[in-house]
Design a protein around this ligand. Sequence first.
Ligand SMILES: [Zn+2]
Ligand SMILES: [Zn+2]
Length: 320
Amino acid sequence: MLELAVLGSGSSGNSALVRLGETTVLIDAGLSARQLCVRMQSLGVEPDDLTAIVLTHEHGDHTCGIDVFCRKREIPIYATTHTCAIVREQVKSKVKWHHFEAGADFRINDIHIESFSVPHDAVDPVGFVFRCDHSRLGVLSDVGHVTRLIVDRLQGVDTLFTEANYDEVMLQNDTHRPWSTKQRISNRHGHLSNDQTADLVSQIASERLTRVVLGHLSSDCNTSDLATSVISRKLEELGHHGIDVVCAQRKDPLPLRPVAKKPPEAPAAKSDTPEQPTSYVEEKAAKSARVCEPSAAETRPAAKPRSNDSDEWSQMEWAF
Ligand SMILES: [Zn+2]
Ligand SMILES: [Zn+2]
């Protein structure tokens, strides 16, 4: 069964793990290399044993640890062609790049990965559904608004890992950010508010949905209690009881947990019923990457210098 762990999540850095048996995939690498290693090891995962890294998009809070982390280990990185091109410019270490087009499906060992486009101010941002046998994990981060495509692709997931970035009232009342920054956060290519995330979750909730993991919370325009209560309340109002809603934290990892509550049912004794064909499209993983220019839309601070391996966990709010 697929397992999910979140190494850390917030506007200052994001990284998570998906594991299936011997296959371990890192989703984004937006923590320092040191923190990536420390947090993986705290979960019993050796960094050298990673199978691959997949990227949602190129923003620094999702990619800043790649260069140093990959200096010491050859780990293939999967990203869309455009994302790959931008991140590749920032990474000096030798990396085997695999690029795919947004919307394509590919496979890393026995994990099938579906990608889909999302609206965000990055060059080619995507969300993912990881699937294996009967378990499905949806991953959605950095999304300005919920599209029909997103709702469609996340149907039937057992666990949803999604951003719940800000509380609308707290953002409006915030006195530290200029109006333009508030606009960027809340516009249709910014981030999801708690209410937007609650609406999304209510649209994809099914009997299968057992867990919702909230991430990318703003440090000062949201709280874990608030985000959790908004999403939980919405689910309860709609009659979806017993769904576990938790918040990923900035400084502490969430441990590996199975993405589905129940193990797959044992197949019935041999019968006349033919086996259902799988519906996914397999393996469109591509082989190389090319270099592109950075996105002009990117207005966040430049990534921290990566001159050595001792870069510490940063409290910088990349997304704000
Ligand atoms: Zn972003
Ligand atoms: Zn982000």
